[in-house]
Write a protein that binds this ligand. Structure first.
Ligand code: GLU
Length: 462
C-alpha cells in the first residue's frame, strides 16, 4: 500500500513550501488509495510549541487536506527510540563516544587549518579502554568507512555519496535525547512509508538516514527530493517576497483550491495544463513528473487562478466566504445579481468584498477628481430628467434599466458618457465599479433615485 507522510517541525506557521510537499504526498496517497500520515517532529522541545501544532492543523483543515489515523508526535516516542539505541549498542553498531566538546572543537580547528571538511574522526569507534571520568557519553552510529551510499531519488535520479562524507554521527546526545536523522529514519520505517516526498534541503540528511535504516535492518522507502520554491527573481523565497504563511493567504482572500492549484504547478506539470481541480490533481499526479529544477513564485499567476476559482464558485459558497471579509449578503434578495455583477471584478475575496461594498453601501463622499469631471454643466438637469424617466419605467431588471439610459441618451441627444459618468459617481462615489444597469437593478429604483437626488443636492450646493 502506498503510504506517504508530512512531517512538519512545529516551530511556527505552516509555510507554503511545506504545504506544497505535503500536497504532493497527499495526492500520491489519495491517488493510490493509500495512506497519508502526519507526524509532528517535535523532539526539539526548546523550539517547538503547541500553538505551532495547532496552526499547522488549522492550515491543513482550511485547505481540506485530511490525514489518516492520529497524528504521531515524536516527543511521545522517546522510549521507543531509546530501545533502538540500546539495540544498536548491543549489536556493536553504535558506540559510546566520550569526546568532550573541547576536544571536538580542537579537532575542528585542526581540520579547518588543513582545509579539510570538519568531521568526527572515529576515535572512540573501537575504544576498549577505561572511559574518561566525568564525561557523559553521546552515542554514535558506525557509518560505513568506505564505498558509496547510494539511492535512486525519484526526482533527482541516482545519488551517490562517498561514505567518507558521512561520519559516525551522534544518534543520542548525552542524557539520551535522540537526534533528528535517527528518529526520522525509525519513524519513516515504522510508519511503513513507501514514499518520502520532501524538500531538497533534506537531500543530505538522506545518506545519514540510510545508515540508520541499514543498521536497523529496515527496508528503504523511495525518496523524492523536491527543489525549493524560489521568488520571482529566482532567489530563495522568503517573507520579504510576500506571504509565506498558508493562513495569511486565507486572510488575503485566496480560495484554498486556488492556492493548491498554484502550489501543485510549482514543481509539477502535466503537459501545459494550468487549471486542475482537486480530483484532477489526484487523478494525474505522479511523483515521477515532479520537475527537477526549482520553480519561481509568481503572484500574477496565483491571482489569475484565484480569479478563476472565484468566478466559478457557487454563489451560496461565495456569500458564505465573504462574511469573513465583512460582507454578509447570505440573506440578500439580490444575492445572485450582486455576485454575478461583481465576481469577475475581484481577484481575491478581499477585492470582491470591496466591489460589493461600494454598491450596497451608499457613498459617504464623492471622489473629488471624479466628481469634478462628472458633475459639471447641465448634469444636474440631465440627472433630474433621468429620475423622472426612472420613476415611470417600472424597471427591475438590468436590461430595463439599460433601456432607461438609452431613452435619456436619445431624448437629450447626448453621448452615453454624459449620463454614464455622473450616474456612476452619484451611485458609487467614484468612477469605478460594475455595470450601471446591474448596479441599478441591485439597488432598486428607490435607492437609485435617493442616491441621484443626493448627488443633485451636492451639485446645487456647489
Ligand atoms: N521536519 C522536517 C521539516 O519540517 C521535515 C522532515 C522530512 O520531511 O523528512 O523540514
Amino acid at each position: 500500500m502506498t503510504t506517504t507522510r508530512f512531517a512538519p517541525s512545529p516551530t511556527g506557521y505552516l509555510h507554503i513550501g511545506g504545504l506544497r510537499t505535503s500536497l504532493f504526498s497527499w495526492l500520491w496517497a489519495r491517488k493510490n488509495e493509500g495512506q497519508f500520515l502526519l507526524r509532528i517532529e517535535d523532539t526539539d522541545l526548546a523550539r517547538n510549541s503547541e500553538e505551532a501544532v495547532t496552526a499547522i492543523l488549522k492550515a491543513f483543515d482550511w485547505v481540506g487536506m485530511s490525514y489518516d489515523g492520529d497524528a504521531i508526535f515524536q516527543s511521545k516516542r522517546f522510549e521507543l527510540y531509546a530501545k533502538y539505541v540500546a539495540q544498536l549498542l548491543e549489536e556493536g553498531k553504535a558506540y559510546e563516544c566520550y569526546m568532550s566538546k573541547d576536544e571536538l572543537s580542537i579537532l575542528r580547528e585542526e581540520q579547518m587549518a588543513k582545509g579539510e571538511r570538519t568531521r568526527y574522526d572515529g576515535r572512540y569507534r573501537d575504544f576498549k579502554g577505561a572511559p574518561p571520568e566525568g564525561v557523559e557519553p553521546v552515542i554514535r552510529i558506525k557509518a560505513p568507512t568506505e564505498g558509496m551510499i547510494s539511492f535512486i531519488d525519484g526526482v533527482k535520479g541516482e545519488i551517490n555519496i562517498a561514505a567518507t562524507e558521512v561520519d559516525d554521527f551522534v544518534i543520542a546526545r548525552a542524557g539520551g535525547v535522540p537526534t533528528y536523522n535517527f528518529v526520522v529514519a525509525i519513524d519513516d520505517a515504522l510508519m511503513g512509508l513507501t514514499e518520502v516526498i520532501r524538500g531538497d534541503d533534506h537531500l543530505y540528511n538522506t545518506p545519514k538516514q540510510i545508515v540508520v535504516y541499514e543498521a536497523l535492518g529496515f527496508e528503504l522507502p523511495n525518496f523524492n527530493h523536491v527543489a525549493m520554491i524560489n521568488n520571482e527573481q529566482g532567489k530563495k523565497l522568503s517573507k520579504r517576497d510576500g506571504a509565506t504563511d498558508v493562513m495569511e493567504y486565507k486572510a488575503l482572500g485566496y480560495l484554498p483550491e486556488a492556492l493548491l492549484n498554484f502550489l501543485v504547478r510549482l514543481g509539477w506539470s502535466h503537459g501545459d495544463q494550468e487549471i486542475f481541480s482537486i480530483d484532477e490533481m489526484i487523478a494525474l499526479f505522479d511523483p515521477k513528473d515532479i520537475n527537477k529544477s526549482s520553480s519561481n513564485y509568481n503572484l500574477d499567476k496565483l491571482l489569475w487562478l484565484n480569479a478563476h476559482y472565484i468566478k466559478n464558485k457557487p454563489h451560496d459558497e461565495l456569500a458564505e466566504l465573504l462574511v469573513e471579509h465583512g460582507i454578509d449578503i447570505r440573506m440578500h434578495e439580490k444575492k445572485d445579481l450582486i455576485l454575478s455583477a461583481t465576481k469577475e471584478r475581484g481577484k481575491t475575496l478581499v477585492e470582491l468584498a470591496e466591489q460589493i461594498s461600494i454598491i450596497i453601501n451608499a457613498p459617504v463622499a464623492y471622489n473629488e477628481k471624479n466628481a469634478k469631471k462628472a458633475f459639471k454643466g447641465d448634469t444636474a438637469k440631465i440627472l433630474a430628467e433621468f429620475v423622472v424617466l426612472l420613476k415611470g419605467s417600472g424597471a427591475t431588471m438590468p436590461a430595463e434599466y439599460h433601456a432607461v439610459i438609452e431613452k435619456i441618451v436619445e431624448l437629450k441627444e447626448i453621448g452615453f458618457g454624459k449620463i454614464g459618468q455622473p450616474l456612476r459617481v452619484s451611485l458609487l462615489g467614484s468612477m469605478t465599479g460594475s455595470g450601471l444597469d446591474e448596479i441599478m437593478a441591485i439597488l432598486g429604483t428607490n435607492e437609485t433615485i435617493s442616491r441621484i437626488d443626493k448627488a443633485i443636492e451636492y451639485m446645487e450646493s456647489k
